[in-house]
Ligand binder design. Structure first.
Ligand code: NAG
Ligand code: NAG
Ligand code: NAG
Ligand code: NAG
Ligand code: NAG
Length: 539
């Protein structure tokens, strides 16, 4: 989505620059030049004036020539002056078809013995040659050139000095000296000429589409320079740098566009302009561009400390730049990297009744509806505090047969008839000690005591059916927090079992007593019988 947006904006930008170039192209005027390209011109020499038009504008154009503003004969692109005379002096202009007239050029015809010739207009990057010209019918020797009264050491051939590529520092007063032979003697002559080397194009300046670029805006950086009017058709190339790194290199566009500018696009920008032949190259001063934040964002949790069952609100607190307060924003919330509430216009994520599982590391993300700017908050670690601990089943007994020391009572084992109390044990958080809790008891999954404020389930006299797997559940009165204990198995030993043990003991005891009694009786009878017999004999 974001990519499509960027591409669309970029295409729009290209169209815009194309239109821009067209407009500037239409404004180019014709320019008059000389061939040979020297001024002044010596009388009796021939010179051709050429009407230069933009290459695209050529073809079957009719040309007109003007001297001092008046139409003169000639309807070709070239105006040939065969043997120049002082009367040809003047300001010349040409016109191609119905186009605007060219700027004037001065044709300067001189009758001096010696003239210093130079191109009528010199621009930085041009290769400059000077000519110390005298009438060809006289012999000459020892040509010397000076610049600002200093001899130029470069070799001179055929009265010409080739200085090579120049920049504006070549501007100055030039002089040439030459010995000319007439009346069989050599005479030293000199000629001076001031030469101005003009800027081909001005030093570029960085211009930004807006004084204050805000994140997400379309930012256009222009490398602004102006070509000299006489060289308007020169092709220039542009390079853009941010913090010294090339961001857009050698293109014909003087603009660097960022469809959706981000804070990272801030920096120190410079641009460089050069002619395609690289004869002139200029770099702009540095311009610091600082993008303004569209918004800043921060994650906030309320309340400061969340306890289970609380209503928790996480806010993606966002502050929009004052001028962009109506920008529509979308919000996303994440817990431990997983989306919990996605792309909505609400900057809040609410949990009506927070549970322990809602603990985690939260972040929020904010973006504009077009996705042009997207930011993520820092992480915030939210730990939900326990309202009350997990309940545990606790058993307490009040056995009925504790007074029989002979009978071993297994602890936590209930015996029929015992008074049994099951407690659902839990502990409230110290800050929430007044919270009202409700308790439910289950045996083998069936409710045996439901939703009461008592954490105890009492059985005054336990029966076998009271044994089983017990669990209890605790909840707040609103049901916002609910916890269930683990299963506790409560076994039961039958009372008759114990009675049986007791009766067996009694049986054995009574049997022993019986055997002992019977034995005693038998002995008594036997003893008594023997004594009686003796007694009878004794009668
Ligand atoms: C060159 O010398 C002439 C004559 O001495 C003087 O008038 C002129 O100011 C000098 N030019 C420069 C640029 O020094
Ligand atoms: C940009 O230029 C300013 C001042 O010229 C300088 O303080 C700053 O460090 C530069 N920034 C970068 C990223 O180079
Ligand atoms: C570049 O900076 C220098 C020094 O601050 C200043 O003199 C010059 O005019 C600036 N050039 C442009 C093109 O702004
Ligand atoms: C109680 O739980 C134990 C093990 O957890 C299971 O073996 C037994 O069958 C359960 N008793 C009843 C009556 O559900
Ligand atoms: C419940 O049983 C599990 C597994 O036996 C044990 O890890 C946990 O601590 C028990 N919970 C309580 C509250 O006793």
């Amino acid at each position: 989505m974001l990519e499509i947006m960027k591409t669309a904006l970029f295409c729009h930008f290209l169209l815009f620059t194309a239109r821009f170039t067209e407009i500037t192209g239409a404004a180019v005027k014709s320019v008059v030049s000389f061939s040979p390209n020297w001024t002044p011109v010596s009388a009796e020499d021939s010179v051709t004036l050429i009407c230069n038009v933009a290459p695209t504008a050529q073809g079957n154009l009719r040309y007109s020539w003007y001297r001092n503003g008046h139409r003169i004969p000639g309807d070709h692109q070239s105006l040939v002056i065969r043997s120049a005379s002082v009367s040809d002096n003047g300001y010349y202009q040409c016109q191609a078809g119905a186009k605007e007239r060219s700027d004037s050029v001065i044709l300067n015809i001189r009758t001096d013995w010696l003239i210093l010739q130079a191109p009528p207009a010199v621009y930085e990057g041009d290769t400059l040659s000077l000519r110390c010209h005298s009438r060809p019918e006289y012999d000459t020797r020892n040509t010397v050139f000076y610049k600002d009264n200093k001899t130029i050491e470069s070799p001179v051939s055929e009265s010409e000095l080739h200085i090579g590529r120049v920049d504006v520092t070549a501007t100055g007063t030039y002089k040439c000296e030459k010995e000319i032979k007439y009346k069989s003697n050599y005479h030293t002559n000199s000629a001076t000429q001031s030469i101005v080397v003009s800027e081909l194009f001005s030093y570029p300046q960085i211009k930004v589409s807006s004084d204050l670029v805000t994140e997400g805006d379309h930012m256009t950086i222009t490398c602004d320079t102006k070509l000299s009017p006489h060289r308007e058709t020169t092709e220039l190339q542009f390079v853009f740098y941010r913090n010294g790194h090339n961001v857009q290199g050698f293109s014909l566009s003087n603009q660097y566009g960022v469809p959706s500018a981000q804070l990272e696009d801030s920096g120190n920008y410079t641009c460089e302009v050069q002619t395609s032949s690289n004869s002139v190259r200029k770099r702009s001063n540095m311009t610091q561009i600082q993008l303004k934040k569209l918004f800043s964002t921060q994650i906030k949790v309320s309340p400061d400390e969340v306890t289970e069952g609380d209503h928790m609100t996480i806010t993606c607190d966002t502050k929009l730049s004052p001028h962009r307060e109506t920008t529509e924003l979308q919000f996303v919330f994440y817990r431990n990297g997983h989306n919990v509430q996605g792309f909505s216009l609400s900057n809040q994520y609410g949990v009506p009744s927070a549970q322990l599982e809602d603990s985690g590391k939260y972040t929020c993300e904010v973006q504009t509806s077009t996705g042009s700017v997207r930011k993520r908050s820092t992480l915030t670690d939210i730990q939900i505090q326990e309202l009350f601990s997990y309940p545990q089943i606790k058993l307490s007994l009040n056995p009925v047969i504790r007074d029989h020391p002979q009978i071993k009572v297994i602890p936590d084992q209930v015996t029929e008839g015992d008074h049994m109390t099951i407690t659902c044990d839990t502990k409230l958080s110290p800050h929430r000690e007044t919270t009202e809790l409700q308790f439910v008891f289950y045996r083998n999954g069936h409710n045996v005591q439901g939703f009461s404020l008592s954490n105890q389930y009492g059985v005054p006299s336990a029966h076998l059916e009271d044994s089983g797997n017990y669990t209890c559940e605790v909840q707040t009165t609103t049901g916002s927090v609910r916890k269930r204990s683990n299963v506790t198995h409560i076994p039961m030993q039958g009372r008759c079992q114990i009675m049986l043990q007791l009766n067996l003991f009694r049986l054995i005891l009574s049997s022993l007593v019986f055997i002992w009694t019977v034995g005693l009786l038998y002995y008594d009878i036997k003893t008594r019988g023997t004594t009686g017999h003796l007694k009878n004999r004794g009668h």
